[in-house]
Design a binder for this molecule. Structure first.
Ligand SMILES: [Mn+2]
Length: 429
């Protein structure tokens, strides 16, 4: 029996007030879907097994490069973070794993494992950090890490990644995500080719130590912190990396890491088609790498991404994309944002499952652009909330996650135990 952070009676009470309405809504939607040739229970089954990992750094209040305004009861360490993640999983039943960032979350692996298994949580991909300097660190990453001009700095960055693999092995993680901030701020500051060669050489050293059942994810990002050139800047470079490294190397797509208006769903399709789509960092953006809540700005784009994923799932053997949230919560309670974001991602998946793919293919083959796009819209417009809520209810989660969470008084309770963290530090933490 796994421990619960929120009293089961609180969740039950919240659900009790909503269960009979939900049942009616579910049955009504079931009839509607049956008319469209879809069995609602099949969709429910798939949605119930869908999981998205929560980033440990997401449960603390984020910030901008101007300031950070901490919230109450913020986690003091990785063990508090795991407890917050347990709340998210308990109420959503959609976030069974936690993704750790080293060295932020460095602790005795045995204790980490114990702490997570108390709540039935597992560990997703390990994330290395060579984009900031730690207190005890010989060489600075100010001018780069894996691509630094200095060999000893590169070695330090490689060693850090190897350490992440070692910790991950003890935790039962099966992937390492590498994102570097390396790049330049001025034309001429770096030689593009030499820098990329150094990157590939360093990644090959990391890849060589990767266990056989692990995957290596490289994450591209167009700009920031480097504002002129970034070494791993787009999906093309990322594809070259994954191809160069080998069959355990894949590209990770963070939805906020592209130029405005880029057709991300098409990138997803390309990478999937050629066997190099590793997974996602879900979030949303209005202008750049805003790290806003998934589905908060452009839910249709999220749906279109999932439309490609479901298509790939249907067509490709052994297709498996890792799902993770990567967001920064500046003005909301991170637990509430992460719960709703996990549900938004799940929603996009459920809607994508409703696409009439036979009809879509027919419209595509007959060049009926209008009906093809309406086919997608029909799925997107379907309110699948009853399916998502039923999946939560069946698994012990909350029909209305935020209502149950607020009724529990969790934030106020932990605020008493966890002293406020300083507001001094700027930047995203
Ligand atoms: Mn990311």
């Amino acid at each position: 029996m796994t421990e619960k952070m929120i009293a089961v009676a609180t969740v039950d009470e919240s659900n009790h007030a909503r269960a009979s309405t939900l049942k009616k809504q579910y049955d009504f939607l079931g009839e509607d879907l049956a008319r469209r040739g879809i069995k609602i229970d099949d969709v429910l089954k798939k949605v119930s097994t869908f999981g998205v990992a929560v980033p440990s750094w997401g449960v603390g209040t984020g910030g901008t490069r101007f300031a950070r305004f901490p919230g109450g009861g913020e986690p003091r360490d990785v063990f508090d973070k795991i407890e917050d993640c347990a709340v998210i999983q308990q109420l959503t039943q959609a976030t069974p794993t936690v993704s750790l960032h080293i060295p932020w979350d460095k602790a005795d692996p045995k204790r980490l494992k114990q702490s997570a298994s108390r709540f039935g949580l597992g560990f997703d991909a390990m994330n290395s950090n060579t984009f900031s300097d730690q207190k005890v660190q010989k060489h600075s990453y100010k001018f780069g890490s894996l691509t630094h001009s200095d060999k000893a700095t590169r070695k330090q960055a490689v060693d850090h990644n190897l350490e992440c693999i070692e910790i991950g092995k003890e935790l039962g993680s099966k992937a390492l995500t590498v994102w570097i901030g390396d790049g330049s701020n001025f034309p001429g500051q770096q030689n593009f080719a030499d820098t990329f060669t150094r990157y590939l050489d360093a990644m090959k050293e990391i890849y060589a130590e990767l266990p056989d059942d692990w995957r290596l994810f490289s994450e591209h990002k167009m700009y920031e912190p480097a504002f002129y050139s970034t070494v791993v800047q787009d999906w093309g470079t990322n594809y070259m990396i994954a191809k160069e490294l080998g069959e355990k190397a894949f590209c990770l797509v963070d939805l906020g890491h592209h130029a405005p208006n880029v057709n991300i769903e098409m990138i997803v399709s390309r990478l999937a088609q050629f066997g190099k789509l590793g997974g996602f960092h879900f979030n949303d953006s209005k202008y750049g790498d805003d790290d806003l809540d998934a589905g908060s700005i452009d839910p249709y784009r999220l749906f279109l991404v999932f439309n490609e994923l479901v298509d790939a799932e249907n067509k490709l053997k052994n297709f498996h994309a890792a799902h993770m949230l990567d967001q920064s919560h500046n003005v909301t309670d991170p637990i509430e944002s992460l719960m709703l974001s996990a549900i938004e991602v799940q929603r996009a998946y459920a809607q994508a499952l409703l696409v009439d793919r036979k009809a879509l293919l027919h419209f595509q083959e007959s060049n009926d652009a209008l009906m093809a796009t309406q086919c997608l819209k029909a799925a997107f417009r379907t309110d699948v909330e009853p399916i998502l809520a039923m999946a939560r209810l069946n698994q012990g989660g909350a029909i209305d996650t935020v209502a149950a969470y607020r009724a529990s008084g969790y934030r106020a309770k932990v605020a008493k135990e966890r002293p406020p963290s300083g507001a001094g530090g700027g930047g995203i933490v």
